[in-house]
Design a protein around this ligand. Structure first.
Ligand code: SF4
Length: 198
């Protein structure tokens, strides 16, 4: 009989948030600070995602530099092995690969937190479809452009480390250090809980 404790189940968004600032998933999962509300801007972002999905269904795959592939939208993926789950905006299924795609309602370039979010999706999509993921795309909605991101072994290893760090922090009930990018704190809803930032 396996007596190993069950892994804390995490969402792919926890990976993105941890890379952005490790305190954010800790506040939600460890300190259980009340969950974030949906602002008008966030609601507009959700609607823009839906409009993009509707348009995507009529577009060719040219924005991704592809000539073939079947598109699936809002794909739920989950791995019991990794205790990780999420929902990918779009997956392109080809004969010898699958490609996760995230829609981003911004003109700003990709941050590391987005790249590791894509890597976590890549791992889940690979398990789900039983085909390799070598790359992912981010589709920038305002620019109508897609950017390819290679999914490397180093990125996969770091993503595993992130999952481990989140679970260890929650298990030890120890608030991690906050991001070094202080500009992020000015627009963070968790600022009232970070006494060392004001
Ligand atoms: S206020 Fe700054 S340190 Fe605190 S959770 Fe937000 S981003 Fe992280």
């Amino acid at each position: 009989m396996d007596d190993a404790p069950a892994l804390l189940h995490l969402a792919v968004s926890d990976v993105r948030q941890h890379v952005y600032c490790p305190r954010i998933p800790y506040f939600r999962l460890g300190a259980r600070v009340p969950f974030r509300f949906v602002t008008g801007a966030m609601q507009e972002g959700i609607l823009e995602h839906q409009r993009t999905e509707a348009l995507e269904q009529r577009r060719s795959l040219r924005a991704y530099g592809l000539t073939d592939g079947e598109r699936l939208f809002e794909v739920r993926v989950r791995s019991e092995r990794l205790a990780l789950g999420g929902r990918v905006d779009m997956v392109i299924c080809r004969a010898a690969e699958v490609i996760p795609v995230e829609f981003k309602n911004s003109r700003a370039g990709l941050g590391l937190h987005h790249k590791y979010q894509l890597t976590a999706y890549a791992t889940l999509v690979e398990d789900h479809f039983g085909l390799p993921v070598r790359r992912a795309f981010v589709y920038f909605i305002p620019l109508k452009q897609a950017q390819e991101v290679a999914i490397t072994p180093a990125m996969r290893a770091y993503t595993k480390r992130v999952l481990n760090e989140i679970r260890t922090g929650v298990a030890r009930e120890r608030m991690p250090a906050g991001t070094r990018v202080l500009g992020r704190c000015r627009v963070c809803e968790f600022l009232p809980y970070c006494n060392d930032r004001w």
